[in-house]
Design a protein around this ligand. Structure first.
Ligand SMILES: *[C@@H]1O[C@H](CO)[C@@H](O)[C@H](O)[C@H]1NC(C)=O
Ligand SMILES: *[C@@H]1O[C@H](CO)[C@@H](O)[C@H](O)[C@H]1NC(C)=O
Length: 425
């Protein structure tokens, strides 16, 4: 279950004072959700995005002789062709923190851009077509695993498909299940910010002054870097498509385990030299290695595993709780260079490398492993976040400016087109 932002904030406020009375799930979800947002305080040093091979797009399959790279291109203004498939009036699944229309975003100009990959007409991304999509997935099912950004992708897909059929929705055992009975298609979502086995080891620290707000929600975790999470991994083989993605939370304080023994930690303070300090990137890479290899070798899984790469944040002049903002109103121009903050740049390279490393194993086992590279596309959309329009007036518990999540509808809707291209390939 993904609570609304209001519920999340309420959960956090409750949990500060009375954690024992709050249901573990809502307190945990609230805590972790906000921590994802706050971690950007800690890592705002802008660095160049990593040099990566230009053939990293997942679209070199099924494109005939032309190897198009969807990751290189530009956002072009296209008022007619880029109209959103849904609005906050046609889709009831948009959560408050994504509902930029409701919260008075001054212009809806940001909806009039379409991603045009380089390479000419043969490389254009087809506009999403719900009927076509449904023909492809009849009798199939898809599992998304990840954090609030994965949840946003699910919402975007559900809203877009609602053009053709409105899904039913129910929650069970940590999964959210969506069904389209008329088209015999099902989508499930499992919320986890790490994908490997993990456990929250501390409740929220006591409330602190404004200068340390960013730490309030950053309770530590135990991460078992070499262990797939048994809460969702067995369910993967019941699906035709599995989409994994979570990265941002690896920047939070955590103790890292291998074979059940602590091997290092990050942001863990004084450990008397017992445990080595290791960067978040180490843990994120190890977790992706574990998850991709587990999917590639999963007994009984013959479907498609998709790795969606990290979606960059766009905080400028600070972070979540200290005045950071993303006031841009346009995508970057073609000749503007995009810089990526750390640790996101490192997360992205680690994903590309671990993806390559798992390909062989996947091929051997008849698993289709595909890369859905959104990083450089989204890097060029500093205008796509809620900024100050992720909430109404009044108290939002320090949750003022959101440059991490994306407005719905918004540029994140292009992810459905990328996903479709992979599925059709
Ligand atoms: C949708 O957005 C409009 C403004 O564009 C707002 O007036 C309306 O209340 C919103 N509706 C919902 C259901 O969010
Ligand atoms: C360090 O290791 C020793 C011996 O295993 C243990 O007694 C001690 O509690 C550990 N210290 C910390 C801070 O974990």
């Amino acid at each position: 279950m993904i609570p609304s932002l209001g519920a999340l904030l309420a959960g956090v406020r409750r949990s500060r004072h009375a954690i024992a009375k709050t249901t573990p799930v809502s307190a945990l979800a609230a805590l972790l959700f906000l921590a994802a947002a706050t971690l950007w305080l800690l890592f705002l040093g802008p660095l160049r995005s990593p040099d990566t091979p230009s053939s990293s797009g997942g679209n070199t399959h099924g494109m005939g002789a032309t190897a198009c790279d969807t990751t290189l291109g530009e956002w072009v203004r296209d008022p007619a062709g880029a109209l959103p498939h849904y609005t906050n009036a046609t889709c009831a699944f948009i959560q408050d923190y994504q509902n930029c229309m409701k919260h008075g975003r001054p212009s809806l100009d940001f909806l009039q851009w379409r991603w045009r990959p380089d390479g000419g007409p043969g490389c254009e991304l087809a506009r999403f077509d719900a009927a076509h999509f449904f023909r492809l997935v009849r009798g199939k099912s898809m599992l998304f695993v990840g954090d609030s950004l994965a949840s946003s992708h699910v919402t975007s897909l559900m809203c877009t498909l609602s053009e053709a059929e409105t899904p039913t929705r129910r929650s069970a055992d940590g999964f959210e299940h969506w069904r389209f009975p008329a088209h015999d298609f099902a989508v499930s979502f499992f919320w986890t910010p790490f994908q490997v086995r993990w456990r929250l080891t501390g409740g929220p620290p006591a409330a602190v002054g404004p200068d340390r707000q960013g730490e309030v929600f950053a309770g530590p975790n135990d991460l078992h870097l070499d262990e797939p999470d048994e809460r969702w991994m067995p369910a993967a083989k019941e699906h035709d498509y599995v989409v994994v993605s979570a990265s941002h939370w690896f920047a939070r304080p955590a103790v890292y385990y291998r074979r059940g023994r602590a091997v290092g930690c990050h942001g863990c303070g004084n450990t008397d030299g017992n445990v080595t300090a290791l960067p978040p990137r180490y843990a994120q890479r190890a977790a992706f290695r574990t998850v991709l290899r587990a999917l590639a070798g999963l007994d009984g899984f013959k479907g498609t595993a998709v790795l969606r790469t990290v979606a960059p944040t766009h905080y400028a002049n600070g972070g979540w709780f200290d005045g950071g903002e993303c006031p841009d109103t346009q995508p970057l121009d073609r000749d503007e260079t995009a810089d990526m903050a750390e640790p996101e740049g490192g997360f992205y390279s680690a994903q590309l490398e671990e993806f390559r490393a798992a390909e062989e194993e996947a091929r051997k086992n008849g698993v289709r492993l595909r890369l859905m590279d959104v990083t450089r596309i989204m890097l060029r959309r500093p205008d796509g976040h809620p900024d100050r329009h992720g909430h109404g007036a009044g108290d939002h518990g320090g949750f003022d400016v959101d440059c991490l999540h994306w407005c719905l509808p918004g540029p994140i809707d292009v992810w459905n087109e990328l996903l479709f291209q992979i599925m059709a390939g």
